[in-house]
Design a protein around this ligand. Sequence first.
Ligand code: F58
Length: 800
Amino acid sequence: MTRDELKAEMLRHLQYSFGKDPAHAQVRDWRMALSMAVRDRIVEPWFAATRATYSGQHKRVYYLSLEFLIGRLLEDAIVNLGLGQAAREACAALDLDFEAVMTDEPDAALGNGGLGRLAACFLDSLSTLSIPAHGYGIRYEHGLFKQSFHEGRQVEQAEDWLNQPHAWEFERAESSYEIGFWGEVEEKDGRAIWHPGDAVLARAYDTPVIGWQGRWANTLRLWGAKPTKLFDLARFNTGDFTAAAQPEEAARTISRVLYPDDTTDAGRELRLKQEYFFAAASIRDILRRYTSEYDDIRRLPHKVAIQLNDTHPAIAGPELVRILHDEHGLAFDEAVQIASATLNYTNHTLLPEALERWSEGLMRHLLPRHMRLIEQIDDWHARTTKGRTLSAIDQGSVKMGELSFMLANRVNGVSALHTGLMKKTVFAELDRLHPDRIVNQTNGVTPRRWLLACNPGLSGLVTETIGTGWEDDLERLGQLDPHVSDAGFRARFAAVKRANKAHLSDWIGREMGISVDPDAMFDVQIKRIHEYKRQLMNVLDVIATWHAMRGEPGLDWVPRVKIFGGKAAPGYQTAKEIIRLINDVATVVNSDPAIGDRLKVVYPPNYNVSMAERLIPAADLSEQISTAGKEASGTGNMKFALNGAPTIGTLDGANVEIRERVGAGNFFLFGLTAEEAMARREVPDHAGRAIAASPELAQAIAHLERGTFSPGEPDRYRHLAQILRHHDYFLVCSDFAAYHAKQRAVDAVFRDRDAWVAMAARNTARSGWFSSDRTIRSYAAEIWDVTPVEVGPGACVLAS
Ligand code: F58
């Protein structure tokens, strides 16, 4: 598509789709016009992919996830269709600021963090690999909350992405399912019939997901909740307008917000309703599609593979059994066998508080038939495995991990270390009963978004050096390795990073009013705020460094910009204290004349996918410092390495595999191993001992206790200090000295700029394995038993 064709299409959409005169159009109108012009190019490959799947009777993959953190879609579509140049030129010809048009799009923040972003990368790779697939989730009206800081404290506001025009979805009013809740189960002629007490409608909204070079497109189908009866007219006519609208309100609540607060009973009930709502609608849709093509329901696993993204969709298992048994009339055991040959489950955490459990009482009340089936599935498992001591129902609650395991063909962890720990800990007994069921699938990230689109400077250099083709064959980055010893290549690599840093410095200056030196080391930790991720250890290191700089202002310190990004769960008080501490430390450090430009702390609010795309290409150092054994995998760690930022990190999650691949000499390792961490917790007063052994740590904690960063309120950080001293489960104190020392080793390498650049470039050259294309190929071969569809020349719609 040429510049002029795209421009003409934009003008056409502006006028005829949106009724706007170009003379009066705003950036938003142009963004919509461009989006529509681009979207039109997706529809054909989308139809072609659907037709090819039907005509070839290919097996389909269904990825059920309560989260899809897809971010902005316009740039993604432009990049995948190869329309970058045409779009830039068309905007220029229309006198539009291309960057402003692109950044006008709100982020679709339909997820919390890594789990949701992984689902989005997987969709991209499934389309790139032309594997017939659907993502299923919820069309939340409000995505993850907007974060701002008020006097350093996190403030949450409702997010409002749908309040702006959304270009990418197609509403499918004809694809609606009635989803029941509550009610009773009637036993009749040996069969169970569930009579729900209430119901809502699940309505489909489809977003096409275009793969690399527009060869294939799959569908992300998100469910919105609607009332079965729109409106109580009788009540309205009596003048009770609020009550008349009540059923509509109640139904819509189900798809209103992502992950509502589950600390109250009402919140928990809503969460379970969301889970059943989307799982049931998805199963119904999957079976409708299957039965429209095939007669024999027993062959379902030959044509359908369902992946449960953690346990949030786990109720899909009992729902599938219910439909096969109660509605299709299969014997119970056969129904369970078919369901468990179709379903697979990915585990993303071993943290006990994050393993889902639902109270039996709530489950029985909300989903009476399903609770009964869960009991039967539990009995069936005990019967068929002789694992009688093992149950998915424990002390009045249903353990969704165990239930998902029992009903799965394959269960996977998301890094080698995490999968190993799953086998040793939470699922030890189930692994013993089913030794082949657990497999590892190390996470990956899409190179289209996380290198090609977000880092045009580096991707340009890669292409100039090794040619194209790496975008969907990322291991080709290995061809860069020999170039790292070439001083000319290193100089160009360094120039790209410097330009990205200058760009970020401008943005930080504009957005936050903080001036940062682009020649300083940009040291970045971006992720959800959680004690196990140890942002607290990072900020303690900032305090220790600041203290040391003040003590010896004459020393030749390596200038650093410490960048933080991330949100805390609204109810997670300790995480919120850590946020406040980072902001308070920033206030003191950034205005300290004794420090000047040598240390800055920057914490831009409202970290999201788009902010990650801005920060990662400009990072020098990647902070991956979780307590070993606690981070299941990480995916940010991969994005940084790919963009030429070496890691300072522990042997945790996928850090282990990153280090193996980039080489131990290109990775700053410190800290206890997972095994050592477990042993250390048993040592009496481990924190006290570590504090006594590290004057830097003792000093940093003393600053917290003295109120150095909370003038006028010395007690503000007493609670954090108490945790460190007496309840240091995440071993911040035990790892601090090693971390602090390793940071000085980082300084030493950074001083030797050439050595640093070589290390950074080797990280890029050796990160090719962490493409989500590799991950998806592996799921396809080892879990789903699907193969990519050969895309014939007719179906292949390449952008010109
Ligand atoms: C993350 N989990 C893991 N959970 O922490 C991370 O190590 C891993 O790389 C990633 O999954 C992908 O495998 C995660 O993001 C959540 O966001 C939960 C969602 C449900 C509510 C509680 C948080």
